[in-house]
Design a protein around this ligand. Structure first.
Ligand code: H2U
Ligand code: ZN
Length: 338
């Protein structure tokens, strides 16, 4: 394809069927708007007031185990419950609702209050990967759970309620909207072409190398051609696996390695802790084989041009469609070079 660095254009996201507007020439416009502050104070190894540190009391009065590795507990303020009785309503297709059941868990990544994924050693992150696999399999095996969404909100800017390294898992009765969209597109592609959309896309990106950020034997991280967030990345398993439970031992190590590699690059970019939401998309757990699925993670970081200036999704984006100024190619180059 020709040079997409100059003219305003639209890019297609084959995973969701949506489009993003790219305006490369706008990246230089001045900024006199909101400037974020980032807490930079050094944190202790253990904070007696932190509700996620080992041995501490949580907000709801329960106490954490004196854990030394990864610690998983059921969210005390869960968004969904396993026992909600079924109910539904439909008034002329206009007032439509139904109850949703689910299970919400919190995963403490480390007993150390002051660490983040980027600061951890590979064997420590590997233990988090093992915990995610175990929770995906266990929650996914419940008869009423059809999707297990694993994610992390990192940093105050992304709404994380606590700096202690942790993530969440929301297992739901129905695949949520983003998963359902991807499921539809991946399924349609397999039906039409007989191959996996993300295997084909990865092959293309590995050949081009333009948007590739880093890779190891089993995973690659790249800025997708259709990225919306300035430094958004997509982490793809190199082998076609539908979910984490199909990863080999060395591929689990590869996943741990690439998570460290990408978060270290993010922190180096503006020489400051880099906020993001990240999470995995994998085979829904409805009992079907879902061969169209290809395990991947999305990193959606809000920062735009420094540690304190973020991208807002407002105006045209709320009313029209997502838009970006810095091209994915430029973002990938910067992430490669740090
Ligand atoms: P976030 O930082 O991504 O919000 O995750 C923290 C979660 O921890 C949040 O969902 C839960 C909140 O409900 N939580 C507990 O389960 N117990 C507590 O004592 C405090 C926070
Ligand atoms: Zn803590």
């Amino acid at each position: 394809m020709s040079n997409w660095q100059a003219a305003p254009h639209r890019r297609y996201n084959p995973l969701t069927g949506e489009w993003v507007l790219v305006s490369p020439h706008r990246a230089q416009r001045p900024w006199q708007g909101q400037v974020e502050t980032q807490a930079a104070a050094p944190r202790p190894h253990h904070d007696p007031k932190c509700y996620l540190c080992p041995g501490n009391e949580r907000a709801a009065g329960r106490r954490n185990d004196p854990y030394t590795g990864v610690f998983v507990f059921e969210n005390d303020f869960a968004a969904l419950h396993a026992s909600t009785p079924a109910q539904s309503g439909n008034e002329g297709g206009l007032i439509v609702a139904r109850t949703e059941r689910g299970i919400c868990e919190v995963v403490c990544f480390s007993p150390r209050h002051d660490l983040a994924l980027a600061d951890m050693a590979a064997p420590e992150v590997r233990r988090i990967v093992d915990a995610w696999v175990e929770r995906y399999v266990d929650l996914g095996s419940r008869d009423f759970i059809r999707n297990v969404q694993i994610f992390e909100n990192r940093g105050e800017m992304m709404g994380a309620s606590n700096p202690h390294p942790h993530g969440q898992i929301w297992a739901t009765e129905e695949p949520p909207t983003e998963v359902a969209k991807e499921c539809g597109r991946l399924g349609a592609y397999l039906l039409e072409k007989g191959t996996c959309l993300l295997c084909d896309y990865l092959a293309l990106e590995v050949r081009a190398r333009e948007r590739l950020v880093c890779e190891n034997e089993s995973f690659a991280a790249l800025v997708p051609f259709w990225a919306v967030w300035p430094f958004e990345t997509l982490v793809l398993s190199k082998r076609h696996v539908t979910a984490m439970d199909k990863l080999s031992d060395s591929e689990r190590d590869g996943l741990a390695d690439i998570l460290i590699a990408i978060t270290v690059r993010y922190n180096r970019l503006f020489d400051a802790p880099f906020p993001y939401t990240m999470g995995f998309h994998q085979r829904p757990t409805d009992g079907e084989p879902h061969e169209e699925w290809h395990l991947h993670a999305h990193f959606y970081p809000p920062l735009l041009r420094s540690a304190t200036v973020r991208k807002f999704m407002v105006g045209f984006e709320m009313l029209g469609m997502p838009q970006r100024d810095v091209t994915p190619e430029t973002a990938a180059e910067r992430l490669r070079e740090v």
